[in-house]
Design a protein around this ligand. Sequence first.
Ligand SMILES: [Zn+2]
Length: 245
Amino acid sequence: MNRRHFSKLSVLGIFAATLPLNATPTFMSLLPENELLGQGSPDLTKTTSYRLRPEAAVAYEKMRAAAAKDGITFKVVSSYRDYNHQNRIWERKYKRFRESGLSPIKSIEKIIEYSTIPGTSRHHWGTDIDIVDGGKNVSGDMLLPSKFHGNGPYCDFKEWMDKNANRFDFYLVYTDVLNRKGFKYEPWHYSYRPLSLGYLNDYKKLDIKTILQSNKLIGSEHFTADFIENYINDNVLDINPELLS
Ligand SMILES: [Zn+2]
């Protein structure tokens, strides 16, 4: 054995010896588990109008400036949301649907047309953002697909985004592709792909089934194993393929 070979092996040996036997390769994850679930304290930009991870915010600002040059004014409706925020949305909707007379299961099905179960929102990651056209006067709910189509007030915005968003690495998540399952079409929800692609990969490694079953949410006693499996396949994973790999 020559000297160089020997020292290389020694270095490897020392390195291996310092790893605990049961070490899981957590260093491969881009985000710690609590941040994937909306329960950490991520480093976010502190603008008044939105909260994103700094790298996503830089790209967003470039896109916003380019749109402004073309006469489109972005308005952020939602960006980072933590677990508690998502849980408030969940509880509000659950109570409203139950009071309207829907069964617990039907209420949950109705919520997950547009809203996620706390702990499963892409808004937890600081990479996703809901945007509309702030230059238009719109009454009522801004996040309705009809506002982006036909004679809707957000048609110019949509046309601009269709043409340009990908240039800035932002992609629609919940597209209007026929037969896509899970969340309904959301022409306002964009994701910053360079980060969220890796975060979704990390997320897929978590035991979501166990996590959801152990979180005590209002109505979560109705989450069966089948329900959770379908939810992961349809709502978490049936998204724009550009955001899967
Ligand atoms: Zn959204």
